[in-house]
Design a protein around this ligand. Sequence first.
Ligand code: XMP
Length: 514
Amino acid sequence: MDTILVLDFGGQTAQLICRRIRDAGVFSTVVPGDAPLDREALRGVKGIVLSGSPHSVYQPSAPRPDPALRAAGVPILGICYGLQRLVTDAGGRVAAGKTREYGRSRIHIRKPSPLFDGVADRFVSWMSHSDVIERPAGLATVAVSENGHPAAMQDGAGIYGLQFHPEVSHCEFGARILSNFAAGVCGARRDWNLDRFLESIAARVRAQVGAAPVVTLISGGVDSAVVAALLLRALDPGQVHLLYVDTGLMRDAETEEVLASLRLLGAANLCAVDASQRFFAALAGVTDPERKRAVVGDEFVRVAVDELERLGIAGACLAQGTLYTDLIESGKGVGARADVIKSHHNVRSPLIEAKRESGALVEPLAELYKDEVRRLGRRLGLPARVVGRHPFPGPGLSVRVIGEVTRERCRTLRAADRILIEELHRRGLYDAIWQAFCVLLPVQSVGVAGDVRRYGSVLAIRAITSEDGMTADVYPMAPDDLLAISSRITNAVPDVGRVVYDVSSKPPATIEWE
Ligand code: XMP
């Protein structure tokens, strides 16, 4: 099959490049930046993209592609670090710039390029770099940034480079530029679709698991529900054990619906266990967010292992709904070169690592972004309400109760969160928001209830829009809606004395507070 290969040098958005190309109907896959580019690796490859990186090309430890890259005889597109790598490897020069180009920036096209077919002469892009190309080694500038620096280059012989990120959703015409490269410049056929995707993931799962039993840890969220539905489709349903662990850290009433819909999809072995006591005991006194993630992750697997023993399937594989965003933010993208932003609990827990190393960890969604998972879920027959639910972090409410996590504080948070979500549904706002939730702060503030002084907790409301969780904008909630929601919460939830609205985008903030 015609393929565009993406070399991952550790940029936060390397997999997103791939995903945008797949959205254009062309198959694309990511390999580590230094992967060998031999005949086998190049089978079906029509073009190669070099991703961005947290490294600078002049750092001695900076990652490099296989020197056989240019001999592959296919068009090459370098993005940001990828372009700088192409330039330096060809004898050019990149230097530290005086101005850092970061965030939105306007691009001005100066010369025609097949990358810019159907693209406006000026458009808004997303930049994140400080190094500047000083000697371009045979590449001609075809577009410039607001600061007059080269923003797009080409050599007329199949080498292209962009100093901005066409893969991020904030880049106007970004998807068009990548599609132009894949289908136009490289001539790759557009024969990739969701059904082929489903087929290939199912085949991979069958190859990994064989006839062994496999246990899926159901969290109540979208990702694990889709994993379960996928396993029920790919394997013999008798092989598939669905284990729901009630951690006590779940949102209100979310699990029943998921369990009911999985029964409808033919789940034969479905088991629920209330382990909340164990989780609260393990979390007692823990306030550090990374520690919380490790504690919840470890406890989760311990409970799972105990249950597997009880059920007599201790050797079973474990399946979980890790997404690409979890891997990349934990520094575990394909090239393992990305910085750690947050250790998503399902990636870094030592017990999960052990399962991963023994080949007994099944993560069929690890290449996917949230909206792709939703599309897959719909295709697999999960109800729209389950598939459309806002994302929820694996460590659950433990990362939304800032400070120590207790059963009481979770109860308070859950009550406030239920009101927020109910109100969003009632006002027809739920589906316009990518993720909305409450965060309970370890801050007490003074208020007045009746004529009596009240000392209550501060609760933050967060509502964001996003395409994939990698970047996010604040949802501009109407003041009337906010006032009504805040008033309902402070009236109905005794411990909450004050409500604030979080107005930070990602970056620089992350979506969750911890
Ligand atoms: P951040 O907070 O990193 O979140 O901007 C990006 C998306 O990931 C979710 N999230 C997590 N999911 N385990 C998960 O399974 C985690 O530890 C975790 N931390 C954040 C978050 O809710 C958002 O959708």
